[in-house]
Design a protein around this ligand. Structure first.
Ligand SMILES: *Cc1c(COP(=O)(O)O)cnc(C)c1O
Length: 388
């Protein structure tokens, strides 16, 4: 069977699985050993070496999903981010980082890089000129995230890959929001794909994990740093993550379809000022999103009219829960002003286009009509308490 021809659901369900030779069980057996007999110099299995049977199995699945040669599983998304960046940056090097990235990544760069003597600059925007103008003599890496959080702006993957090639840089993307079901950056020439597997890969809000996919050569470099930093994941959780990923395409496709329907519905709602979803024609990056994404993910944001209190609206929701995290099969919502972007000044938030009435909505797999009914009753409650 040629694995490169397999459809996405088959890849999710099968690729990488460990054969149970002994009992012929249907799923990968779980190997919890932290100690393995020495085979030869090349094969010394140990959990922190990212090479236990379950770790290797899941790495293969992630590699194939990302159209890459190799994959690695980490203890968290931030372990994957920090290890990947530190594998390609050393004292005196410089990295160009896209404006508006995940808060934890921003903190890692700003708080830790000065200690290592690594330089960084953030772009002013998302265009080629914005990235190109930050490249210096000592730049080694370009780091991006698309769609961006929370306004779902799109960075051109092909443009970044070409820019990186021209200047001999390594390009890295945090592909968490799209997931490999909706976006495979390797097809556009991006070198390294990073995930918080806590989100769509896990998908049930019960696992914290990370993943990286890239060429063998790049993964070897990340592995060399990874074994020193020690950000591996327990085999039990690796095994649970393998189970989650069997239904990943089913889940993410359902969530993406739901998100598009909800975005269209919200766009027509009289109490909604604006909807940010790259799958809407009204989104400034709609054409670019269509070029580089399959569906447009399950994440969207919308802005309530200024006289509607976002707190009353959110607290009135019964099905949709307030939550800091995202991408689970259950719908969740948060206010960026009160949570992820609370530390920014009101001015900076306004500059970035993040209004107080902006809400980020992670769309789950519930039936659309049930989500709409929940939103309708919350809108009614919010109108009753309208600020006049
Ligand atoms: C959650 C998240 C991370 C960090 O992942 P953890 O699993 O929490 O360490 C990184 N990037 C994005 C886009 C995320 O949403």
């Amino acid at each position: 069977m040629k694995t490169s021809k397999l459809g996405i659901n088959t890849v999710c369900a099968h690729v990488g699985e460990v054969k149970d030779e002994q009992f012929k069980g249907a799923i990968s057996p779980l190997f919890m050993s932290s100690s393995y007999a020495y085979e030869d110099v090349a094969v010394k299995r140990y959990p922190r070496y990212f090479n236990t049977p379950n770790q290797e199995a899941l790495g293969k699945k992630i590699a194939m999903l990302e159209h890459s040669e190799a994959g690695m599983i980490f203890g968290s998304g931030m372990a994957a981010v920090s290890t990947s960046l530190l594998a390609f940056l050393q004292k005196g090097d410089h990295v160009v980082v896209q404006k508006t990235i995940y808060g934890g990544t921003y903190n890692f760069i700003v708080e830790e890089f000065p200690k290592y003597g690594i330089e960084f600059s953030f772009t002013d925007g998302f265009s080629e000129a914005d990235f190109a103008s930050e490249i210096k003599e000592n730049t080694k890496v370009i780091y991006l995230e698309t769609p961006s959080n929370p306004l779902m702006l799109i960075t051109d993957l092909e443009m970044i890959a070409n820019l990186a090639k021209k200047h001999n840089l390594v390009s890295m993307i945090d592909n968490t929001f799209a997931s490999p079901i909706n976006q495979t950056p390797a097809d556009f020439g991006i070198d390294i794909m990073i995930h918080s597997a806590t989100k769509y890969m896990g998908g049930h809000s019960d696992i914290c994990a990370g993943a990286v996919a890239a060429s063998e050569v790049h993964i070897m470099r990340i592995w060399n740093v990874g074994k020193n930093l020690g950000g591996s994941l327990s085999d039990y959780t690796v095994w649970l993550l393998e189970r989650s990923m069997k239904t990943m395409a089913l889940r993410v496709n359902a969530q993406s379809k739901n998100a598009k329907r909800m975005a269209k519905w919200l766009e027509k709602h009289p109490l909604v000022a604006k909807v940010y979803y790259p799958g809407l024609k009204s989104h400034p990056d709609y054409e670019l999103a269509k070029k580089q994404m399959k569906r447009f993910s399950g994440m969207l944001s919308f802005e309530l009219l200024p006289d509607i209190d976002p707190d009353v609206f959110m607290k009135s929701l019964q099905l949709v829960k307030q939550s800091m995290s995202l991408a689970g099969v259950e719908s969740t919502i948060l206010s960026p002003t009160k949570t992820s972007h609370a530390l920014l000044s009101a001015e900076e938030r306004a500059h970035q286009g993040i209004a107080d009435g902006l809400l980020r909505f992670s769309v789950g797999i519930e039936e659309k009509n049930d989500l709409i009914a929940d939103f309708e009753q919350a809108f009614e409650a919010a109108v009753k308490k309208q600020v006049v």
